[in-house]
Design a protein around this ligand. Structure first.
Ligand SMILES: [Mn+2]
Length: 240
């Protein structure tokens, strides 16, 4: 039996290992492992100007799109001036992901955005990003406590939403690591999840457009999470 192919968008970063210190396209292995555990094949997608101009070049060959976490989106992408806390942007990655996601939505192809990827879903629909949440929330820190680690917090999921089907629950404890969030919600999107303690938007989706979901938390870091499995299930249906 064939397996659906899930494209995972790569981060572009300078990285060091062995004797190398170079710019790489990378994705934490947890994304690919979660996709593979759910019964699909994973392929990592570096930004590609040809595919940015013509997303079908990639979308014709994959069955589902997973926009992974990573650096802050370039504020120019959503028409804002950069906040001093906004760092590490790679505009070519932003353009690639926005183009792929917009076209995937047009085609009705399953797409899941994780953390930064959720913000890409919002920006792709004309929404904007809150650039540094501690400035607004007073630095409660629940969403990003320690660099390089994930903090646990609870989210409430709207009953009957795609997010509820994806998580299989109406309350869940999730792995969080972000300092940005949703400011203005993009066209046609609805909020389907909020953090329990400070009501921050944690899940958004596009009703009536197949599987188009963004979560601000990290399901790939949680062996119990069913969210990435739900993307694979939607991709399987699309293939069948
Ligand atoms: Mn959070």
């Amino acid at each position: 039996m064939s397996r659906p192919l899930i494209g995972i968008s790569a981060a572009v970063e300078r990285a060091r290992w062995a004797s190398w210190d170079v710019v790489v396209a990378l994705a934490p292995l947890t994304y690919a492992s979660a996709v593979q555990r759910a019964g699909a094949l994973a392929v990592i997608l570096p930004p590609d100007p040809a595919a940015t101009a013509d997303p079908d070049l990639v979308l014709d060959r994959i069955d589902g799109l997973l926009l992974a976490g990573g650096a802050d989106i370039d504020p120019a992408t959503y028409g804002a001036e950069p906040d001093p806390e906004t760092t590490g942007s790679r505009p070519e990655r932003d353009r690639f992901e926005v183009a792929l996601l917009r076209r995937a939505i047009e085609r009705g192809q399953p797409a899941l955005g994780v953390c930064r990827g959720m913000q890409i879903l919002n920006v792709a629909r004309g929404g904007t990003v809150e650039q540094h949440l501690p400035d607004r929330l007073g630095g409660s820190g629940r969403h990003r406590e320690v660099p390089g680690t994930f903090s646990d917090h609870e989210v409430r999921i709207a009953p009957g939403s795609l997010a509820a089907r994806a998580t299989g629950a109406e309350r869940a404890t999730v792995k969080s690591h972000h300092h940005q969030g949703i400011a203005e919600l993009g066209d046609g999107l609805v909020v389907s999840g909020r953090s329990s303690d400070d009501d921050l938007v944690e899940a958004i989706e596009l009703p009536g457009r197949g599987y188009a979901l963004g979560v601000l938390w990290h399901p790939e870091e949680d062996m119990e999470s069913r969210v990435i499995g739900s993307l694979v299930a939607a991709a399987e249906e699309a293939v069948a």
